[in-house]
Ligand binder design. Structure first.
Ligand SMILES: NC(=O)c1ccc[n+]([C@@H]2O[C@H](COP(=O)([O-])OP(=O)(O)OC[C@H]3O[C@@H](n4cnc5c(N)ncnc54)[C@H](O)[C@@H]3O)[C@@H](O)[C@H]2O)c1
Length: 285
């Protein structure tokens, strides 16, 4: 039975997941190495709740109850929970180190879920002492709004772990789908050409960013590829492209784009840095 969730990482995804955990009634420990990110996350969660209040979808009392459920910390020793969901940097080694450090101080039953977009869950689990309690729990951006959660089963993930994560996702009001571990899982694999073909059109000088976004949105996509890359974060999206491409044997059709690499190298990461393919006004600072 999950009562306490520790959400590691207070960036784009961790903040949204911590909000969801608190809203679903779980005691929520929100951990990040960087106290400034925790502060920013708290402001963002409060602002999301205020929007719900203004739409009469949340009461001020419930907002306070949710905020009271969230404990912010930069200390690993505070991270004792029934379920750990990590949304830190997309590097397998760093994620494995975090899980192992937490496994050493947590309960023998604690489940470790990774919000990775593209790393192998089987590969990550192999580095952890209890691979049966490691799985993927892949939320989509923005986590509080997007209904889908991919629950990713690695080779050694135990069925009980999957059942527990399904129940938690449902308690958060999500629509979970179980999928097997494979590069990009389902959504990120299918979505890769959406970004890559759009960037190829730009590289070939055939049209411009705004036109592509407008056209795709007019055909029913919620966001055009460039607006979506800015939302996701250029570094995250470029990393996913590289990992999926390499994991599938570097097929030419999925080769990551030079345009995106230039953006990453220039630090133009999208909404989170105020500039990506578009200019953005930053909030929460
Ligand atoms: N951005 C997206 O749209 C998206 C969608 C689904 C999944 N993901 C995945 O979620 C994870 C996080 O992505 P994000 O966009 O939120 O990243 P982000 O860059 O916005 O935030 C990462 C946070 O992790 C913290 N951090 C880094 N290393 C840490 C460590 N060792 N211990 C504790 N905190 C640490 C950083 O301080 C930062 O606050 C990645 O694995 C990414 O692939 C991202």
């Amino acid at each position: 039975m999950i009562k306490t969730i520790c959400v590691c990482g207070a960036g784009t995804m961790g903040s949204g997941i911590a909000q969801l955990a608190a809203q679903a009634g779980f005691s929520t420990i929100h951990y990040d190495l960087d106290p400034a990110m925790l502060k920013k996350s708290r402001l963002s969660i409060e602002s999301n709740f205020d929007k719900l209040i203004s739409k009469e979808r949340m009461s001020a009392t419930d907002k306070q109850k949710c905020m009271d459920r969230i404990v912010l910390t930069s200390e690993l020793r505070d991270c004792i929970a029934d379920l750990v969901i990590e949304a830190i940097v997309e590097q397998q080694q760093v994620k494995a180190e975090l899980f192992n450090a937490l496994a050493a101080i947590n309960f023998p039953e604690t489940i470790f879920a990774s919000n990775t977009s593209s790393l192998s869950i089987t590969g990550l689990a192999k580095q952890i002492k209890h691979p049966g309690r490691v799985a993927g729990m892949h939320f989509f951006n923005p986590a509080p709004l997007m209904k889908l959660v991919e629950i990713v089963s690695g080779e050694q993930t135990e069925p009980d772990t999957i059942q527990t994560l399904l129940a938690v996702a449902k308690q958060m009001g999500k629509t979970p789908v179980v999928c097997k571990d494979a590069p990009g899982f389902i959504v990120n694999r299918v979505a890769r050409p959406y970004y890559l073909e759009a960037m190829q059109l730009i590289e070939q000088g055939l049209t411009d960013i705004k036109t592509i976004d407008r056209v795709m949105e007019a055909t029913g996509f919620k966001m055009g590829p460039f607006a979506l890359m800015d939302l996701i974060g250029m570094d995250i999206n470029y990393n996913v492209s590289n990992i999926v491409w390499e994991a599938l044997g570097k097929p030419e059709r999925l080769r990551p784009s030079a345009i995106q690499k230039q953006k990453v190298d220039a630090g133009e990461l999208g909404r989170k840095t105020g500039k990506g393919f578009y200019d953005h006004v930053q909030s929460g600072k």
